[in-house]
Design a protein around this ligand. Structure first.
Ligand SMILES: [Fe+2]
Length: 398
């Protein structure tokens, strides 16, 4: 570890963008920079000391107080079933972290286990209670901070995200299709976060991912059809006990927004057993519910092994690329004793999603690429990666 590790311009661009436009650091703020030490040694909370030191220096340069905390996350089995924990028995945010969060004005987290979308409900509840904004820095190592993914202007992705969410209108029909035989249709329901508008700006919320890369999930009503997939986002794949890339495709039959059948190979079998166990805790209506679709909006979210040796993490980042769409299986929010944010994301690459008469994604092309507001923000950053992600890639991506 060295705070004097030479910082390439690429990383400086990313760190400055994150601190100014995502974290929105203000002078005299107390900023907690959190990292988990397992991530230095092959654990899931991937991080390096150089990235943390660069970010700490950047916070201090803006006249704010930066406190770095290296934390041990609770050691526990990866697979979370068949004996699901309850909010009483599940692992907790370490008390010393909770204490530090209480005195912070802003949290910059590199702890993958503490994401508000994929893990414990405890975290978003606490951020809300404390009114503590959290920047989730996913570019958590020096090599990742140097990527075109991290250097794409935060404002560009925020604009793409907002304008894509504007295409999602309650009451309209959506159609999700793929040349592999997938065809799911349904009606767009009301947004999960309330109100009647899917579009909102992250900068007003407690959850601020950097880089951002996904728009709000469509709430489907009366979805019907067949969804054929052979991969699952790694976080919940590991929690369930299936590999992120399946040995055989799974054919999911959907009726009235409920999963009726999963046919396929060994992964279909495990997923079927998982949902059956989940139904014992959540009830059938929630366990078999299909949620989303939504998908990636970041044109440079493809990472090479040289930039990140961890294949699961590269796959996770690739889920933010516009070629990626996913559905969620199951709904965990209504059961107060269920401790997890269910994000069982079954993924398709190269699908097409239309809502009403508007194309949201078409095999990697985004429907808002020509939106005047998106073009306006892009024009402010002529020297940075934008929609032309493929021009900025270095090395082979998998
Ligand atoms: Fe999702």
């Amino acid at each position: 570890m060295t705070a004097t590790a030479p910082m390439p311009s690429q990383a400086a661009i990313a760190v400055n963008d994150m601190l100014d436009n995502c974290a929105c650091i203000e002078r005299d703020q107390h900023v907690l920079i959190l990292a988990a030490n397992d991530g230095l040694y092959g654990g899931t909370n991937i991080v390096d000391e150089t990235a943390v030191a660069w970010i700490q220096a950047g916070v201090q340069a803006r006249g704010a107080h930066a406190t770095v905390m290296w934390v041990d996350m609770p050691v526990r089995p990866t697979v979370i079933w068949p004996d699901f924990a309850t909010t009483e028995t599940v692992w907790k945010i370490p008390p010393i972290v909770q204490g530090a969060m209480k005195s912070a004005d802003l949290l910059i987290s590199h702890v993958f286990d503490l994401s508000s979308e994929e893990h414990l409900k405890e975290l978003p509840a606490m951020l809300k209670e404390l009114k503590l904004p959290m920047v989730r820095n996913m570019a958590s190592t020096a090599p990742l901070l140097c990527t075109a993914w991290a250097r794409t202007p935060h404002d560009v992705i925020a604009e793409i995200r907002y304008r894509t969410a504007e295409l999602v209108k309650p009451g309209e029909r959506f159609v999700l299709s793929h040349p592999n035989g997938t065809h799911v249709e349904g009606t767009v329901g009301a947004p999960g976060r309330g109100g009647d508008q899917y579009a909102y700006w992250r900068k007003h919320g407690y959850y601020r991912p950097f880089p951002d890369g996904i728009y709000p999930a469509v709430e489907p009503v009366d979805a019907e059809g067949v969804y054929i997939f052979d991969r699952m986002m790694p976080i919940w794949a590991r929690k369930i006990g299936v590999p992120p890339k399946f040995s055989a495709p799974v054919r999911m039959t959907i009726e009235k927004s409920l999963i009726r059948k999963l046919d396929g190979g060994p992964e279909a079998q495990v997923l079927s057993e998982f949902l059956a166990e989940l139904a014992k805790v959540l009830g059938e209506e929630d366990a078999y519910a299909v949620r989303a679709p939504h998908g990636g909006i970041h044109p440079s979210a493809l990472i090479s092994p040289a930039q990140c040796p961890d294949e699961d993490y590269r796959e996770f980042i690739a889920s933010f690329h516009p070629s990626s769409l996913h559905l969620h299986m199951g709904r965990g929010g209504r059961n107060k004793a269920f401790p997890y944010n269910l994000h069982t994301a079954v993924e398709l690459r190269g699908a097409t999603l239309t809502i009403g008469n508007r194309v949201v994604h078409d095999n990697g092309r985004l429907g808002v690429e020509d939106h005047p507001k998106v073009l306006e923000v892009l024009a402010r950053y002529p020297d940075r990666p934008g929609l032309d992600g493929e021009r900025w890639h270095t090395g082979m991506v998998t």
